[in-house]
Design a binder for this molecule. Structure first.
Ligand SMILES: NC(=O)c1ccc[n+]([C@@H]2O[C@H](COP(=O)([O-])OP(=O)(O)OC[C@H]3O[C@@H](n4cnc5c(N)ncnc54)[C@H](O)[C@@H]3O)[C@@H](O)[C@H]2O)c1
Length: 386
């Protein structure tokens, strides 16, 4: 078995998660890292005993590199993903896939032309009981889906001294929180129910429209700035958003997201109500799946390689009673992605349902509709992907 040689580009918060999970996979060799911050990349390379590339171009020109993991800020996703595909590399990218639907469409077409599937890190799908939720809905256990409700709340941008490139239009694109947290939740909602979101009505707010950016460089995501001097900056990107949703079968939904929710660190909640029963999952208790019934007692299902449905057992990698976590969900996703690459290398087809550029493009289309709805103050239709 040839190991796939992977390079991680961007070694901030999520790049380090990629590094750690790639190292767990038997069919991958972590070959090197790149970061705009050379000192950071050099120290990570030394720590892990891997190559330090001076820039992305040198990675794309290295014939020994098979796969790039694009963990840079949003603005770099499209140009780097495109350049990597054109250079004949496989691509696993962070979300959002691009800044516009024109760009995301181009990446979908390019991947098709190259006869490959590229991965995107919609990792929350890969918790064992989220896969179980998907399987149960697909088997019809809930009946017809009527409603999908939920939120994704964080508090790391609560104070006006909290600053991130995610609030910079040039680096993040036209949306902060909806592109960032909303794309995860909408992917989850569509994955669990198997239903596409077809129409949205949105409301956004930039609650803190003036923030203090640290002088001398901002901190990496989720870390505290050490700065003592700040410059005041006007902010136009939203820190709050709500969506009303209509799904393809007529089901209705609501979603709210905020980065100003004190005490909520990474609180994702999704509830699916059907004609027979319902289910609910919450990230802060990610090993549990709540199953709701009308005529008998409700159940709390705990992830288990013994008790889950046949098709989802492989995602529960620890003995029953031992909860998995965020790193393991990403490991599960990477495992599927690299299994796909291995099948492809052997000329075999693969049925694995990992999130790919098409899923990333769908999220961009939902975002585009949400932005249009905000502008028009009306329902907006999500364009169909072609
Ligand atoms: N899937 C998830 O759960 C998840 C979680 C966090 C972040 N993300 C996504 O990952 C991306 C990165 O977010 P983060 O939180 O790690 O940010 P971060 O600011 O912590 O790290 C970004 C890193 O990229 C480097 N960088 C910037 N431009 C570069 C370039 N042109 N070439 C090489 N390196 C460059 C920066 O120096 C920094 O080290 C974002 O697009 C974000 O949406 C996804």
């Amino acid at each position: 078995m040839k190991k796939q040689r992977a390079v991680v580009i961007g070694v901030g918060y999520i790049g380090m998660v990629h590094i750690q999970e790639l190292r767990r996979l038997p069919n991958v060799e972590l070959a090197g890292v790149v970061d705009k911050n050379q000192e950071l990349a050099r120290s990570i390379a030394a720590q892990y005993g891997i190559a330090h590339y001076s820039d992305s171009q040198s990675v794309l020109e290295d014939p020994k590199v098979d796969v790039i993991h694009n963990c840079t800020p949003n603005r770099e996703h499209f140009p780097l993903n495109k350049a990597a595909l054109l250079a004949g590399k496989e691509v696993f990218t962070e979300k959002p896939l691009a800044l516009t639907t024109e760009e995301s469409q181009e990446l979908v077409m390019l991947a098709r032309e190259r006869k490959t599937r590229c991965g995107i890190n919609f990792c929350y799908r890969y918790y064992p009981v989220v896969q179980e939720a998907h399987a149960r809905v697909a088997k019809g256990e809930l009946g017809t889906v009527y409603n999908v409700l939920g939120h994704y709340l964080q508090d790391w941008l609560l104070y006006d001294t909290d600053y991130s490139w995610r609030l910079d239009l040039q680096l993040a694109g036209s949306s902060n929180i909806l592109a960032d947290l909303g794309s995860h939740w909408c992917d989850l909602a569509q994955f669990i129910t198997g239903l596409s979101i077809e129409e949205v009505f949105s409301d956004f707010r930039t609650t803190l429209s003036l923030r203090k950016k640290p002088k001398g460089g901002e901190a990496l995501t989720f870390s505290k700035t050490q700065a003592t001097e700040f410059e005041e900056l006007p902010i136009s990107l939203e820190d709050y958003g709500s969506l009303l949703l209509r799904f393809e079968n007529g089901a209705r939904g609501t979603f709210t997201t905020s980065e100003l929710a004190a005490g909520r660190k990474c609180d994702i909640e999704i509830e699916v109500y059907g004609s027979q029963s319902s289910l609910a999952w919450r990230h802060e208790r990610s090993a549990e799946l709540w199953l709701g019934h009308r005529d008998k007692a409700n159940e709390l299902f705990f992830e288990s390689p013994l008790l889950q449905s046949e098709e989802t057992r492989r995602f529960a990698r620890l003995p029953s009673g031992h909860p998995m976590g965020y790193h393991d969900a990403i490991y599960n996703l990477f495992a599927d992605y690299y299994e796909y690459l291995q099948s492809k290398a052997c000329g075999k087809s693969s049925e694995l349902n990992f999130p790919d550029f098409e899923a990333g493009h769908r999220e961009m289309l939902i975002l585009e509709a949400a932005m249009a709805s905000k502008e028009q103050g009306a329902w907006a239709t999500v364009a169909r992907d072609s």
